[in-house]
Design a protein around this ligand. Structure first.
Ligand code: AMP
Ligand code: ZN
Length: 140
């Protein structure tokens, strides 16, 4: 077994080897409260099998995870009385990923909760924007 799987905190949570505040479980997925939530009800949804992040997760597993994200969203809003819900996946250290086992954040948001959205830029020249869009399209 790869080292990251034996040492992985989320693999251990999925197996019940580390305690968590479980929200949901089925054959393929597991959902539990984030230990350091941005707001009450901040939930993480993971595949039980270890994948580092979205980029190496097979589409059939990823879609199962995302269906659970959607299924949990309304109950989380209802229970927390959130005004909105952020969904996030950090892929790679540069994107803020700390735990290298795919996880989707479901983050209840409240008006005036003080969190900022991403910083935006309008400094990329129009021709560069067009070139990037075309290059991405060609890779598909
Ligand atoms: P990320 O930065 O996307 O890798 O997020 C990792 C998240 O996992 C953080 O929000 C942590 O608070 C959360 N986390 C780390 N360890 C645990 C744990 N044992 N139980 C619940 N959440 C955890
Ligand atoms: Zn893992």
């Amino acid at each position: 077994m790869a080292k990251e799987e034996t040492d992985c905190v989320f693999c251990k949570i999925a197996k019940g080897e580390i305690p968590s505040d479980k929200v949901y479980e089925d054959n393929d997925t597991f959902a539990f409260l984030d230990i350091n939530p941005i707001n009450p009800g901040h939930t993480l949804v993971i595949p039980k099998k270890h994948f580092n992040n979205m980029l190496d997760t097979p589409p059939e597993i990823f879609s199962k995870v995302m269906l659970i994200v959607q299924r949990l969203s309304k109950p989380i809003i209802k229970v927390t009385k959130a005004d909105g819900l952020g969904i996030g996946i950090n892929n790679g250290e540069a994107a803020g990923q700390v735990v290298n086992h795919l996880h989707v954040h479901i983050m209840p948001r409240f008006k005036d909760d003080g969190y900022k959205s991403w910083e935006r830029t309008d400094s990329i020249p129009k021709q560069d924007m067009k070139a990037i869009a075309e290059k991405i399209s060609k890779e598909l």
